[in-house]
Design a protein around this ligand. Structure first.
Ligand SMILES: [Zn+2]
Length: 236
């Protein structure tokens, strides 16, 4: 096996390793995809909660108005009894004015009660719509989440396959160059072998000295970029 074959074997190994790295990055992105899908529910959930809170608040106001009206009705009953029992015309009339005043207040409170009931109906309609939107979004989110699960299993299958391929490629690669290759893969951004193109290193893009280019092109020895240290190969 000549040097050219050695570099070719390393190049195949690098291609496989780069694929493993890319698949690993895809796996790392999956939790983000999951979180993004789930975050789509937040807006709809907030709309439902807002409508719900508005209804609760209206119901409290309604209860207070009903209590106020009830108190006044009791008072009116008491005044009417007093009025029935009095014999003084003046007191009778004064009580009559009081009763009228309280009855007007009760009317006012009842009008407010009706307004609040209408408000509650409006909030209920909004909440119904928000709940429907939430249910719709939930379907989409569930689809997205199922897709993430499917993607994970596909990527993991591809990773297992690539790792098997890697074992075979590493066994076929020149043993003496493997430590250097592994070190460069780690330190040179997942690219240990770089193409020589127009006298430049394809890894760091620096101009190579002429003798390195000639040596790389001869294919008789392993040539490394004098700038970044990557192993050079000449594209055919
Ligand atoms: Zn270089």
């Amino acid at each position: 096996m000549g040097m050219l074959d050695d570099v070719r074997a390393l190049l195949a190994l690098q291609e496989c390793d780069r694929r493993i790295l890319a698949l690993g990055r895809d796996v790392d992105k999956l939790p983000q995809d999951e979180a993004r899908a789930k975050s789509r529910l937040a807006g709809d959930q907030a709309s439902v909660a807002k409508a719900h809170d508005a209804i609760v608040e209206c119901e409290l106001r309604l209860k207070r108005l009903e209590l106020d009206a009830g108190t006044r009705r009791t008072t009116i009953q008491r005044l009417k009894t007093q009025q029935f029992e009095t014999r003084k015309n003046e007191e009778y009339q004064a009580l009559g004015h009081e009763i009228t005043r309280y009855e007007r207040e009760v009317d006012g409170l009842e009008t407010q009660e009706l307004e609040i009931m209408e408000e509650i109906d409006a909030h209920r309609a909004v909440m119904k719509e928000a709940e429907a939107a939430l249910a719709h979004t939930r379907v989409l989110v569930d689809q997205d989440l199922a897709e993430v699960v499917a993607r994970r299993s596909r990527i993991e299958g591809e990773l297992a396959e690539a790792r098997n391929t890697r074992t075979a490629l590493a066994a076929a690669a020149p043993e003496v160059l493997l430590p250097l290759y592994d070190r460069l893969m780690k330190t040179k951004d997942g690219m240990a072998i770089a193409p020589e193109r127009d006298g430049r290193c394809g890894g760091c893009h620096m101009k190579l000295i002429a003798s390195s280019v000639v040596a790389a092109q001869s294919g008789r020895e392993v040539v490394r970029c004098e700038n970044c240290g990557r192993i050079l190969f000449v594209e055919e």
